[in-house]
Design a protein around this ligand. Structure first.
Ligand SMILES: C[S@@+](CC[C@H](N)C(=O)[O-])C[C@H]1O[C@@H](n2cnc3c(N)ncnc32)[C@H](O)[C@@H]1O
Length: 488
């Protein structure tokens, strides 16, 4: 990182003066002189102003502007680094502007955050961080406002990150959630919900919660799934990946573009978090007490789990029906299940709460419900600022209805898996408990028993659920409950 930054800030060698207004490489439109910071700024602004997704927009802009190698790596670090610690930087900036941060122009705020990130979390020399950001400001918001950026960043540069957080964060003893919220850049309500999901109370200082928040701010490795019957982990490791931690199908890439791997390009492997693989695997491991032909994935888009389930089903001679509400996403599912062994996957665009299939006919059903995504904050750093304390409450009725329809779809003796990529108790235990309390025909299975290879998974009342954690397992915080429909 430091080398990358330094090279960015190195003066051009004598005789290699860049063209005025941007470096030219002979053809094509002029490039900005500092393309990495410009891309980072454009993404941060779009995330803020039009709710863009950084993980979609950043690669698109890098591609559009023909950026790769060092510039692309720097742009990526600046974008994600700024988004991850945005809450901390905002608290610092609040102390450095002579008005409220909310009243700062929306074009200017991303520049302040980008500058704060370079000053407080990278090895870019402070004068270079300020001058590069002010140069960018001059281009994108004009001379007048660039002077404001200069003044604020000079104040920020007077202290390091630790010195700032000691000033701007509430004391930990007095207000543990408030302290962790500022130091680790999460909205306070999310800190509280994560602490609740971990079973921690403020009085204990929230040590586990702090580890989790820290893990959310680390760059996650790219995890791949070798689709069973189509490729193996050995194929992926031969292409430079490292074997996964728990899943028999997982491999990690420390860096680089997954699409560079032949197996990924050929759809024989895909990007998929290890916990996602393992919850699908757990469902496939339950004894369905009888026939094992018909599997259903009720919320399949974009198709990560469906891709794996179709392969697992195909190898056993079973079939998977993958349903997804949104037709465009159903198209992605079709790609994910394409060429599963024995052509085991079928896709339908359908509403799981008003299903077109007959009830009681499936041996295994997965419902990977729409949720707040609080378990995937490592990979979607901006989403923590988008969700509200009401988000989980708003999703609860849909989650309930989907789970009811999932268990209705299962035949007696068969099994349903309820999965969320969120550990929020209102989306996990509360939903499962609600459905169990309404019906007498379900037995909750001990989910962690089906994933013996993963330590410290059992969670919830009597340890009946499985809960993955980024700081414990290095995965997303995925939740799994397994419910068997009772035989008469
Ligand atoms: C958490 S995502 C599923 C992720 C997917 N299982 C995977 O591994 O790639 C939830 C999906 O449910 C879909 N969905 C939302 N409401 C639905 C409904 N009523 N019926 C079916 N699918 C629905 C969403 O469009 C979204 O694609």
């Amino acid at each position: 990182m430091s080398e990358q930054h330094r090279s960015q800030n190195r003066r051009p060698r004598k005789g290699k003066k860049p063209a005025k207004g941007g470096a030219q490489n002979g053809s094509g439109p002029p490039q900005p002189r500092d393309p990495a910071r410009r891309v980072a700024y454009d993404v941060l602004r779009a995330v803020d102003q039009r709710d863009a997704y950084a993980n979609l927009l950043l690669p698109a802009l890098l591609n559009e502007r023909g950026m790769s190698g060092r510039d692309a790596a720097l742009a990526t670090e600046l974008t994600y680094g700024t988004l991850r610690l945005q809450g901390t930087y905002d608290a610092v900036l609040e102390a450095c502007v002579d008005r409220t941060l909310a009243s700062v122009d929306t074009e200017v705020l991303p520049l302040l955050r980008l500058g704060a990130h370079q000053l407080l979390s990278t090895k870019v020399p402070p004068h270079a961080a300020v001058s590069a950001t002010v140069n960018l400001a001059r281009k994108v918001v004009g001379h007048h406002r660039s002077r404001f950026v200069n003044a604020v960043l000079r104040r920020v540069s007077a202290r390091n990150l630790q010195e700032w957080t000691e000033i701007v964060a509430p004391e930990r003893e007095r207000d543990p959630s408030g302290h962790l919220s500022v130091v680790h850049s999460h909205p306070r309500w999310i800190v509280k919900e994560l602490a609740r999901a971990l079973g921690e109370r403020s009085g204990g200082g929230l040590p586990g919660t702090e580890q989790l928040l820290r893990a959310h701010n680390e760059r996650p490795r790219v995890t791949l799934v070798a689709k069973p019957g189509r490729s193996t982990v050995a194929d992926l490791t031969a292409s430079g990946a490292k074997e996964g931690r728990y899943s028999p199908f997982a491999a990690h890439l420390d860096e680089g573009d997954p699409a560079a791997l032949r197996e990924v390009r050929q759809n024989r492997a895909a990007v998929q978090d290890e916990a996602s693989q393992l919850v699908a695997l757990a469902l496939s491991r339950v004894d369905p007490h009888g026939q094992d032909d018909r599997w259903l994935d009720m919320c399949a888009g974009p198709g990560g789990k469906a891709g794996l389930l179709a392969s697992l089903a195909g190898r056993r001679g079973a079939h998977l029906l993958a349903a997804e509400l949104q037709p465009a996403r159903a198209g992605l599912v079709a790609t994910a299940v394409h060429r599963a062994p024995r052509d085991a996957g079928r896709v339908v665009a359908a509403d799981g709460t008003a299903p077109p299939w007959r009830p009681g006919v499936f041996d295994r059903v997965l419902v990977d419900a729409p949720c707040t995504g609080l378990g995937a904050l490592r990979r979607r750093p901006e989403s923590r600022w988008r969700r509200t304390p009401q988000s989980a409450e708003e999703l609860a009725p849909l989650q309930h209805d989907l789970l009811v329809n999932a268990v209705e779809a299962v035949r007696p003796g068969g099994v349903a898996a309820y999965v969320t990529c969120s550990p929020h108790v209102d989306e996990t235990d509360a939903v499962v408990r609600g459905v169990l309390s309404e019906r007498g025909d379900l037995t909750l299975l001990r989910a962690a028993d089906f994933l013996d290879e993963v330590p410290d998974l059992a969670a919830g009342p009597d340890g009946m659920y499985a809960q993955f954690w980024p700081h414990v397992h290095g995965t997303d915080a995925m939740f799994l409950a397994l419910l068997r429909r009772k035989e008469q």
